[in-house]
Design a protein around this ligand. Structure first.
Ligand code: DX5
Ligand code: ZN
Length: 220
């Protein structure tokens, strides 16, 4: 499987999101990444499950919800019901993360995701990796799109990949933040299976979605 590209929906034009999802689908997006922020875990406030539900009919491609919220348990069911096929929570935001991941797994055909902030070492996955269908390595400090890529996170991507392989797991590695045509090659070499694209990639160049996604793939 080649690397999957997941546009970060908070970078799209919120006045016409349905058409945006359709255009991103046609431009070659593999799945859609919804950044949910509560203004507590991260400074910003973004979107709720109603928006995800209303966008569900615009594409057949998978939806992933990235919960940048404190105590995410209460938000899991609404986002599952809205059509998200993977729910990603932050290790730093969960008081009982194994309970949270098991809660996600109580829903049919919904995958678990575990995200690590830049300051959280890969070793934080040690006790939870077996419960994660995907690991998201944040390559920016969460809260906003359009931030600068944090180069030292490449090492963490490699560490996570090695942890997964040493246990013989099939856990996917997702990289989230600051993707660009200049770093996508390094991210994939470090072990990324999925890259989330926002301001410096998919939504750059006047939102030339088709050209931007082709440019990203052209650098692999
Ligand atoms: C940041 C979000 C990312 C971000 C990606 O908190 O989790 O998904 O929106 O956008 P860029 O690629 O611009 O960093
Ligand atoms: Zn995200």
């Amino acid at each position: 499987m080649g690397v999957l590209i997941a546009p970060s929906i908070i970078c799209a034009d919120f006045s016409r999101l349905g058409e945006e999802v359709r255009a991103l689908d046609e431009a070659g997006a593999d799945l859609f990444h919804f950044d949910v922020m509560d203004g507590q875990f991260v400074p910003n406030l973004t979107l709720g499950s109603q928006l995800v539900e209303d966008l569900r009919p615009y594409t057949e491609k998978p939806f992933e919800t990235h919960l940048m919220v404190l105590e995410p348990d209460r938000h899991i069911e609404p986002f599952v019901l809205s059509g998200s096929g993977r729910i990603t929570v932050h290790v730093e935001a969960c008081r009982h993360i194994v309970r949270t991941l098991n809660l996600i797994r109580t829903f049919d055909d919904v995958a678990t995701g575990v995200a690590l902030n830049p300051g959280t070492p890969a070793s934080a996955l040690d006790a939870v990796l077996d419960y994660a269908d995907a690991v998201t390595v944040m390559t920016v400090n969460p809260g906003y799109a359009g931030q600068h890529f944090l180069e030292p996170m490449l090492r963490k991507i490699e560490q996570v990949r090695m942890m997964i392989e040493s246990r013989g797991l099939k856990t996917l590695v997702q990289v989230d933040g600051g993707l660009s045509p200049d770093n996508i090659g390094s991210l994939v070499s470090a072990g990324a299976d999925i890259v989330v694209g926002g301001g410096s990639s998919v939504f750059a160049n006047g939102r030339d979605y088709k050209g931007n996604i082709a440019r990203l793939r052209g650098r692999l």
